[in-house]
Ligand binder design. Structure first.
Ligand code: ADP
Ligand code: MG
Length: 238
């Protein structure tokens, strides 16, 4: 069980206040999008959850655990970035298995997981290839595979499709929804694209200048926007 609970999270860079007291309760298995314009703090919030930022204040709980001060590697959280940097000199199999081997996992268990993930993401025939021999969509699948092979409790994605062309973005969106249905893992997905957020999410967190402007289902946001910012950003009839 991995619900995530965030209380009064604050983070700035120098004199710039970026996250100004974020409170969030995300249920186990939920697919949640962080939606907002560029610069509103989406990536900083995601990186804070992943343990990649030193916080100014607040508490983060994953399940029963207070993970606020746990190092990133111990959080059972996997993250996929926009540029999904794969290791260029390693083939796909090695890209998928490298992190597990580093953690001392046994060969048999690694192979089982890699085969399973390759099966789910339909990249079995690519296991012997190097990243440069893959298309953009295939690379993105491998990056996602590298995250889920760890069987994380929480799966974070930061604008993972923004470097793909429009057609592929739609395809990958459908695949991500299917992946979520299959894994049941809690997922948080950062995007500045309202269509993406509205089609993928159980609930959407609308961020405005480092604050939660509204947290609700796509239908709630559309028909009952909490304020003009949400209405304008979502394009609801108000
Ligand atoms: P978003 O992902 O919503 O576009 P970010 O979380 O990346 O926004 O950034 C929020 C604000 O924090 C921006 O003004 C950005 O320039 C600033 N910022 C982000 N990371 C750093 C950093 N490492 N050092 C200084 N400023 C940063
Ligand atoms: Mg960002």
């Amino acid at each position: 069980m991995a619900p995530i609970r965030i209380d009064n999270l604050r983070k700035g860079f120098g004199s710039l206040e970026v996250l100004k007291g974020i409170d969030l309760d995300i249920a186990d298995g939920e697919f949640v999008c962080f939606l907002g314009p560029s610069g509103c703090g989406k990536s900083t919030l995601l990186r804070s959850i992943a343990g990649l930022e030193k916080l100014d204040g607040g508490v983060i709980r994953l399940g029963e655990r207070d993970i606020t001060h746990e190092p990133s590697a111990r959080r059972d959280i996997a993250m996929v970035f926009q540029n999904y940097a794969l290791y260029p000199h390693m083939n796909v199999r090695r890209n998928l298995s490298f992190g597990l081997a580093l953690n001392g996992m046994k060969r048999g268990e690694i192979d089982r997981r890699v085969e399973n993930v390759a099966d789910i993401l339909r990249i079995k025939e690519l296991l012997g290839r190097k990243p440069r021999q893959l298309s953009g969509g295939q690379r993105q699948r491998v990056a996602i595979g590298r995250a889920i092979v760890r069987e994380p409790k929480l799966f974070l994605l930061d604008e993972p499709l923004s470097n793909l062309d429009a057609g592929l973005r739609v395809t990958m969106r459908v695949e991500l929804a299917a992946l979520h249905a299959r894994l049941g893992t809690t997922m948080i997905y950062v995007t500045h694209d309202q269509v993406e957020a509205m089609t993928l999410s159980d609930r959407v967190v609308v961020l405005d200048k480092g604050k939660v402007s509204q947290f609700g289902t796509p239908l709630e946001l559309f028909y009952q926007p909490a304020n003009l910012f949400v209405a304008g950003f979502i394009g609801s009839p108000r």
